[in-house]
Design a protein around this ligand. Structure first.
Ligand code: PHE
Length: 501
């Protein structure tokens, strides 16, 4: 391996920097581009003239929220100060007002003030545990170190501050960024190579028109590309990882011959439930699951003939051969407005206007459920939904289509088993095997729409339908185990989420 002038210069720069330094220092002192230095370092390492050691380092910096606390004080500190100003004990409300804290911020303040042993709360009163403000704690010391937008290497902090860094990261006040540093050290052979002076023959890194026209290229030495040479990390603009996966799923549906449809987010209970033969006293309709609109709280039902058919089907089965639910169907209940709880509302609405086969449509869109948000649940999330209406389609087709759909997503092992939905018969649930998790994960529910659903719509052919959550799939694909991460907009996560799935 022959040295190029540039490699020699890099080697010399390392010696001048004391024989041991960071790759970055060489970039700064030589004025060469990072990529150029990195390439030389690689060549020098290969030639045994440099030793290269990788060191990971984690830098902390404040998030926007963290920066605001660095300026105004942590909420728990502001609360404690307020209580002390009020004489060491006060109504929580009064203390909150004195501190200028409300809502979420107040509960955060109370939570941490208790945890830090600064105050106790009972029966709406808050009591400070000390008469004087305690000294700045680790969280506050760290905030101060970082105020003004600087960074600190977490590994250089003392253990208690390192703990604080973890705590503040969980609170969303700090962002941790991991970087790899390359430490270079010149070897004995390297020192000798420097003594021997700069190389004479030069390898050509760029083939120019002159070299080609003059024929000189025949006589020169061309340098090989090294596609593995390290380069600085760049963070170009990109789509949000969830949006990327949505687009990818759209492509899969489109490849399979489906057309995308959309429907309203604010939907009539009629389409979200009644048209799907969900009884009006079905638990899913209750307030704890469904968001009902307050203003306006009623919408306009579709054409009378359709409403009438749905009403009769619920009441006595109409002409479907079913006995129905055997109650008096309420127009009131059906004209309530809800935030749609599933995208099946979108497909049934579409079917009511498209009765001629074939219909192959899908939707990937938002749905809403009144869930307590935790690592597994969100109140606003996405569903994937598809239907096929065609002459003679069967359950086997449905299983085949689903298997193909999953296969295109890289999920090869699929299982189906009987399940229940009010609007399909037979109904099935499907799970896929996720090798990364070594587990079977439930994805889509499916089935054939019941006659009680199809007859009122005037649909004469079988309809295969399936639907399921999108976020679970996204989490599998991105290796995320807390669903909230997907929408927290933590830049460090968004930047590092894989682009190629
Ligand atoms: N709507 C169902 C859900 O939200 C899924 C489903 C769609 C089931 C279509 C059967 C047919 O879980």
């Amino acid at each position: 391996m022959e040295l190029r002038t540039q490699d020699w210069k890099v080697l010399r720069a390392v010696r001048e920097l004391g024989g041991r330094c960071l790759l970055r220092d060489v970039v700064d002192s030589s004025g060469l581009a990072h990529a150029a230095v990195a390439r030389s370092v690689l060549a020098l390492e290969e030639a045994g003239l440099l030793k290269v050691e990788e060191r990971r380092r984690v830098d902390a910096r404040l998030t926007e929220e963290g920066a605001s606390y660095a300026a105004d004080g942590l909420p728990e500190r502001r609360l404690l100060d307020a209580v002390l100003r009020l004489g060491g004990e006060a109504d929580l409300e009064a203390a909150a007002e004195e501190a200028g804290l409300s809502g979420d911020l107040l509960s955060i303040a109370v939570g941490w003030a208790r945890r830090k042993g600064w105050a106790a709360v009972s029966e709406g009163r808050i009591r400070a545990s000390t008469t004087r403000p305690p000294p700045r704690d680790e969280d506050e010391q760290l905030l101060r170190m970082l105020a003004g937008g600087g960074t600190v290497e977490v590994g250089t902090l003392e253990p208690s501050l390192r703990e604080a860094a973890k705590r503040l990261e969980r609170r969303g006040l700090l962002e941790l960024e991991e970087r790899t540093l390359r430490v270079l050290e010149i070897t004995q052979a390297g020192l000798e190579a420097l003594e021997a002076g700069p190389p004479k023959a030069e390898e050509i890194t760029q083939l120019t028109p002159e070299l080609i026209v003059s024929g000189a290229w025949r006589g020169v030495k061309l340098r090989k590309f090294d596609v593995k040479a390290p380069v600085p990390v760049v963070y170009p603009g990109r789509l949000h990882p969830v949006q990327q996966i949505i687009n990818w799923i759209r492509e899969i549906f489109l490849e399979m011959g489906f057309t995308e449809i959309r429907g309203p987010i604010v939907e009539l209970a009629f389409w979200n439930f009644d048209a799907l033969f969900q009884p009006q006293d079905h638990p899913a309709r209750e307030m704890q699951d469904t968001f009902y609109l307050l203003e306006p709280n009623r919408g306009v039902l579709p054409r009378e003939e359709l409403v009438d058919a749905v009403a009769k089907t619920h009441e006595n089965g109409w002409k479907t051969g079913s006995r129905g639910w055997g109650y008096r169907w309420s127009r009131e209940e059906a004209s309530k407005l809800v935030l749609r709880t599933h995208t099946t509302a979108v497909t049934i609405r579409y079917l009511s206007e498209h009765k001629e086969p074939p219909v192959w449509v899908f939707s990937v869109d938002r749905v809403y459920r009144n869930e307590k948000v935790d690592y597994k649940h969100l109140a606003e999330f996405h569903q994937i939904e598809g239907i096929i209406m065609d002459k003679g389609v069967t359950l086997r087709d449905l299983m085949g289509i689903l298997t193909e759909f999953y296969r295109k997503m890289g999920l090869e092992r699929v299982q189906f088993w009987p399940s229940y939905f009010p609007y399909t018969e037979p109904s099935m649930q499907s799970t896929v095997y996720v090798p990364e998790l070594k587990a079977w994960v439930e994805l889509c529910g499916m089935g054939l729409f019941r006659p009680e659903v199809l007859a009122p719509m005037g649909v004469k052919y079988p309809v295969l339908a399936w639907g399921g959550g999108l976020e679970r799939l996204v989490m599998i694909k991105l290796g995320v185990d807390d669903i909230r991460e997907l929408y927290r907009n933590r830049l460090s996560w968004i930047r590092r989420a894989p682009t190629c799935l």
